[in-house]
Write a protein that binds this ligand. Structure first.
Ligand code: KIV
Ligand code: NA
Length: 262
């Protein structure tokens, strides 16, 4: 993915899009050398990298700091999340946040929801900054939603989701993340939109899939929501490497002559 046009082309050619989150330089280099299509500096970094309880604690300064580290490690298409409330204080303030985020080297921004900030989305797009939408489970609204749960389960809320998706397309978004929605709802949205949908917990039919890097690498062996697959027993592998180092230090195996200067 070099530009937003490659997202549209992927959908036209029925070629699935892979996206992973990334928050730092060293994992950006690993992703850069992989086949992954594009990278998201998600506000989930507040939880994954900083240990906060929710994404509400991410700030534009945090997002920009992590995004610039990521952009130094990869030339892939990088999208950066606008953090909590940064696009809810009017157009002028939102554009200031967008400016800071784009100076990190990202090629697009992502923001959650649509109602009440349609004008902001349109203004960002008209300012030349690609916007990725995000509907369904929107973690910045966690206290309004009342917990991490599947959205669009009844007919009424499914209809609202479809309307939101169509509005985002009309406002000029180049792609939309669908988070934790029933497969048939994601399927209908995907079929009705020209722009690609990228799912997380949204079933098989979305045009792409996104996962948090640490989740897919199994860095937390306890975190096993239904939508997730661990592609590596990351925690086990890292723990055993650390314990091996510890043992070798204590048993005077490391360093040996090989790792010592003469
Ligand atoms: O912040 C994030 O990691 C995200 C993805 C889950 C889509 O927004
Ligand atoms: Na996010």
């Amino acid at each position: 993915m070099d530009s937003i046009y490659d997202f549209g082309k992927a959908k036209q050619k029925n070629r699935k899009i892979s996206m992973v989150t990334c928050y730092d330089f060293w994992s950006a280099k690993i992703i850069d050398a992989s086949q992954i299509d594009c990278v998201l500096v998600g506000d989930s970094l507040a939880m994954v990298m900083h240990g906060f309880e929710s994404t509400l604690h991410a700030t534009t300064e945090m997002m920009a700091l992590h995004a610039s580290a990521v952009c130094r490690g990869t030339s892939k298409f990088v999208v950066v999340d606008m953090p909590f409330l940064s696009y809810r204080k009017g157009v002028a303030q939102a554009i200031d946040h967008v400016q800071t985020l784009m100076h990190s080297g990202a090629k697009a921004i992502k923001l959650e929801g649509v109602t009440g900030h349609e004008d902001v989305i349109q203004h960002i797009v008209h300012s030349g900054v690609p916007v990725m939408g995000h509907i369904g489970l929107t973690p910045q609204s966690i206290h309004q939603i009342g917990g991490f749960r599947v959205q669009g389960k009844n007919e009424e809320s499914a209809k609202i989701l479809l309307q939101e998706a169509q509005t985002l397309e009309e406002l000029g978004c180049f792609a939309i993340v669908l988070e934790c929605v029933p497969s048939h709802v994601a399927d209908e949205i995907t079929k009705k939109l020209q722009i690609p949908t990228i799912g997380i917990g949204a079933g098989i039919e979305t045009d792409g899939q996104v996962l948090v890097l640490q989740d897919l690498l199994g860095m937390d062996d306890q975190f096993r929501p239904k939508f997730l697959k661990h592609y590596l027993a990351g925690k086990t592998h890292l723990s055993s490497a650390l314990n091996q180092f510890d043992t070798e230090v204590k048993e005077r195996i490391f360093p040996s002559k090989k790792e010592s200067y003469s």
